[in-house]
Design a protein around this ligand. Structure first.
Ligand code: SF4
Length: 869
């Protein structure tokens, strides 16, 4: 038996005369999401019974043997071994190709197997398609690792079974503070009494189930045999377009629906009111004073501006919510702007370090002959992750000195362009994935090249040095030999770790392997590791210890993949919530808990037209839709995935409303160019109610302007070289930046390096007088480009009218420099600011030249016309 109790604002529930207070406040409260639990626990005096999430209830019902990361890793390894067996038994190329695709999608396979097991449907799968046939074969081999007790029978037949599950969940929590978050006070033993008391009325409050998953519905059907299920949800029947998802999942028309409020009046945030009307198709305009919409050019600007806003504000902390995941969130997290609560191990340097380290061994399978071989490959990206983690340390065996490679990250980045392989360098290798030995050979090449350059008679000044070393404009040639040798040691340390962990064996014992692995998780520079990271390491080591309880043996590639799988799972948070002290970053789904928060200042970030509405699709790969339909006949609950997809739009509207309705303050922002995506616009939901992004276009940064004004008058321009003067004419600010930084321009962007290649080719042609010699003299210095590309550039240049060339020398102190490198320098278009006046001001000349400026990312006025609109 079910019924639905609705509320429009949280005040409806706390109102002492409301139906909720009169009849259900003392009934066990099961909430749909952890965010709702967290919000309720901030001040749930009005609930007089324990609160628990549906996720914990399901975990309790299935047991630890099913839900723990360890159990899931074992399943992953079992699936991997079974696929290996199937590969060995396979007879045809097409079969092997299919096995290979299963291997690549192990995560999806495990997701499907687990859901089908939980819904007790696994044995109903039949071999309709080739993929399903393979799935059935695979199932035959891994069944034992997917054993799940007959939880349905236990709940239905065993008296007090559900009550026991709940009591055990709270007993496992152990600490009083954890119990308090679940509305259980006094001593831990009280949990028994609280649970028993809250179940006496034989009712359960199910709060916030605006959509229901198949497994939840399956459980509810069993529970309603013994309990009355009272769904409690935000709802307002005047706005069906927003609340359609609630009506659908809570089956309006089938069950009794009643409001829990008695008071007719309620107040919602004006933005939510405008949105509600807009969603219903009414023409409405939000008042500008009710909400600010910020438009940022890119993520760097977002971070910078948001940080200064926080510093300047007396109410700096707010809930930052976004429907964008992935890279954007990670960058915010690493920029220290925001903190996310539920961490995955991969969000910590240690997790990323181990994940990357386990990605250096690859297996290549040949579907034609069934052969497989191992190879070790490192991408530039993975090298960067290893270096930046803080866990990659080189120990000098001679003097015991250690170098943490974290301090050589910048050097590594400068070196990386040299490793973006064009064709013809390492035959038969996948692009960008050379073996470590090959990386080392290439570093040695650079050292050799640098040694061959004449080092005599070069003053320290940046201007002079660049005259003599035009190649140092390429970042990888700017590195000193000593730095190159240290970076090389970092590569050797990775190699040593790989050999130690994986060796030459094809199979490993998990206990021995974990033992070795643990030594790499010990923080090398203890003092540098933040407290939070230490807790993570502690948790990780504890979980690793659990893995060693099994004397299992696995193939090298499977164990590394398995560990990568294990690392993507979350860590339980044991810390007390300091939510009012730090900004929290969360997904749109946080919206359901926000009405109950004590701080309801909200910032909806990255609300661009591609991120909203956000759609989550459920796919049971590799089941065909025909099979899915047949399974739905067996277990109708499975059909809820389809309902969810159908109502995705309504889900977004519901969450936006939930989030804004009880808000105190709202800000919305979007970023126009975000990582790979450009030209992003404000989401249609907000345009619909007449909102536009206020540009936050870059204005001169006062601090920098002052700095330059302070420096410029004291500069001695008397011995500036001709080239420095040229830079001055191009952009005064650029010249002063270079002067202040006492550095010469060096470029690591591919765009710049291609221009340098073209410029140097011309200069070499001017020196040698013919294209063939010019080409041969410089092409090897650009291994990142294919020979086709380089020849193409040569041809393009050959077509150009020969530049007038007359060798000129410029004298500085006792040295004479050829001005031949002028065209190879990325000065841009000189005529833009042809100011020859003696008065040295500090005015920036943003324009086309900024794209070649090494200071673009620190210059407030700089523009990048390529992306300008
Ligand atoms: S980015 Fe543009 S405006 Fe800024 S210093 Fe460089 S050239 Fe000048």
């Amino acid at each position: 038996m079910r019924q639905v109790l609705t509320y429009r604002v949280p005040g409806d529930l706390t109102w002492k005369e409301s139906v909720f207070q009169k009849e259900y406040a003392d009934v066990m409260h099961i909430v749909a999401t952890p965010t709702l639990l967290e919000s309720l626990s901030e001040g749930c005096w009005w609930i007089k019974a324990p609160i628990v999430t549906i996720g914990s209830v399901l975990e309790g019902i299935f047991g630890k043997g099913w839900s723990s990361p360890r159990a899931q890793m074992k399943q992953f390894l079992a699936v991997s071994s079974a696929l290996e067996e199937l590969w060995g038994e396979s007879v045809s190329t097409s079969e092997r190709k299919l096995i290979f695709s299963f291997k690549k999608n192990r995560k999806e396979i495990i997701y499907t197997l687990r859901i089908l097991c939980e819904l007790r449907l696994m044995d109903s799968i039949e071999s309709g398609t080739e993929e399903e046939e393979l799935l059935v074969k695979l199932w035959g081999k891994v069944k034992d690792q997917f054993e799940l007790r007959d939880w349905e029978a236990v709940l239905l037949k065993k008296e007090g079974a559900f009550e026991k599950v709940l009591v055990d969940i709270f007993k496992d929590m152990g600490t009083p503070s954890e119990l308090e978050k679940h509305n259980i006070f006094d001593e831990a033993f009280q949990s028994d009494r609280s649970v028993v008391k809250s179940l006496q009325k034989k009712k359960l409050i199910l709060h916030g189930f605006y959509f229901i998953t198949p497994i939840q519905e399956y459980l509810f059907k069993i529970l309603e045999e013994k309990y009355e299920l009272v769904f409690l949800n935000l709802y307002n029947e005047d706005y069906p377009a927003t609340f359609r998802i609630v009506e659908e999942f809570l089956q309006k028309g089938k069950w009794t629906w009643q409001p829990s409020f008695n008071e007719p009046g309620y107040r919602i945030h004006p933005l939510a009111a405008s949105l509600l009307l807009g969603f219903e198709g009414e023409e409405v305009s939000a008042r500008k004073k009710d909400v600010t919409v910020h438009r940022f050019t890119d993520l760097t600007e977002f971070i910078r501006k948001e940080k200064s806003r926080r510093e300047a504000s007396d109410k700096p902390f707010e809930h930052v919510v976004t429907s964008r995941g992935g890279q954007a969130r990670e960058q915010l997290y690493y920029s220290d702007l925001l903190v996310k609560k539920n961490h995955s191990l991969l969000e910590y340097p240690i997790g990323r370090f181990l994940f990357t380290l386990h990605g250096i061994i690859h297996e290549k399978k040949n579907p034609e002959d069934g052969e497989s071989r191992y190879y070790e490959a490192v991408t530039p990206e993975s090298m960067k992750t290893l270096f930046s983690s803080g866990y990659l340390v080189y120990k000098n065996p001679e003097n015991g000195q250690t170098i943490n490679m974290k301090s050589y990250l910048k050097e590594l980045e400068m070196l990386l362009p040299y490793f973006s392989l064009g064709d013809g360098y390492i035959q038969g290798k996948e692009k960008n994935e050379p073996a470590i030995e090959e990386w080392i050979v290439k570093i040695d090449e650079i050292i050799e090249e640098k040694l061959s350059w004449n080092q005599e008679g070069i003053p320290d000044s940046r201007v002079h040095r660049l005259h003599s070393r035009p190649f140092e404009q390429l970042s990888y040639f700017k590195l000193g030999i000593e730095d190159l040798n240290v970076v090389k040691k970092g590569f050797l340390a990775v190699k040593e770790m790989g050999e130690d962990l994986f060796g030459s064996q094809s199979e490993l014992n998990i206990t021995g392997y974990i033992k070795k692995l643990k030594k790499y998780t010990e923080a090398p520079l203890d003092a540098e590791i933040i407290r939070e990271e230490k807790e993570v390491i502690h948790g990780l080591l504890k979980q690793m210890d659990e893995l060693t309880e099994d004397e299992l043996t696995f193939r090298v590639s499977d164990i590394s993949q398995g560990l990568r799988y294990f690392l993507t799972s979350g860590l339980p948070s044991e810390k007390d919530d300091e939510s009012e002290k730090i900004d929290r970053l969360g997904g749109l789904y946080l919206g359901d808990g926000i009405p109950f928060k004590s701080n309801r200042d909200i910032h909806l970030a990255f609300a661009d037209h591609k991120s909203l509405p956000s759609i989550v699709k459920y796919k049971l790969w590799p089941l065909s839709s025909k099979t899915e339909e047949r399974l739905i006949e067996h277990r109708p609950e499975l059909g809820l995935f389809r309902v969810h997809s159908r109502f995705a739009g309504s889900m977004n509207r519901y969450l936006l409303y939930a989030m804004f309705s009880s808000a105190d303050n709202v800000r919305i922002s979007f970023v126009e160019d975000l990582n790979e995506e450009t030209g992003l616009r404000l989401a249609a939901y907000f345009k619909m109610i007449g909102l536009e992004g206020e540009t936050t276009s870059v204005k001169a940064d006062k601090h920098k302007a002052n700095l330059i004004e302070a420096v410029a008058p004291s500069m001695d321009f008397s011995n500036w070289s001709e080239m420095m003067e040229e830079e001055w004419k191009l952009c005064k600010k650029r010249a002063i930046f270079s002067y202040i930084l006492n550095d010469y321009s060096s470029f690591q962007e591919d765009f710049h390096q291609r221009n340098i290649f073209s410029g140097l080719l011309w200069e070499a042609h001017n020196v040698f007088g013919d294209w063939e010699n010019a080409y041969n003299s410089i092409e090897a210095l650009f291994p990142q480009y294919s020979s086709e590309y380089k020849k193409f550039v040569k041809k393009q240049n050959m077509k150009k009218k020969n530049r007038r060339y007359k060798i000129k020398y410029h004298k500085v102190e006792d040295y004479e420099y050829a001005t031949v490198v002028r065209t190879s320098r990325l000065l841009g278009m000189l005529k833009e600011n042809d100011d020859t006046s003696e008065q040295k001001g500090s005015i920036a000349s943003p324009g086309y030249n900024c794209r070649f400026c090494p200071h673009l990312n620190i210059c407030a006025e700089g523009v990048y016309p390529k992306d300008g609109r």
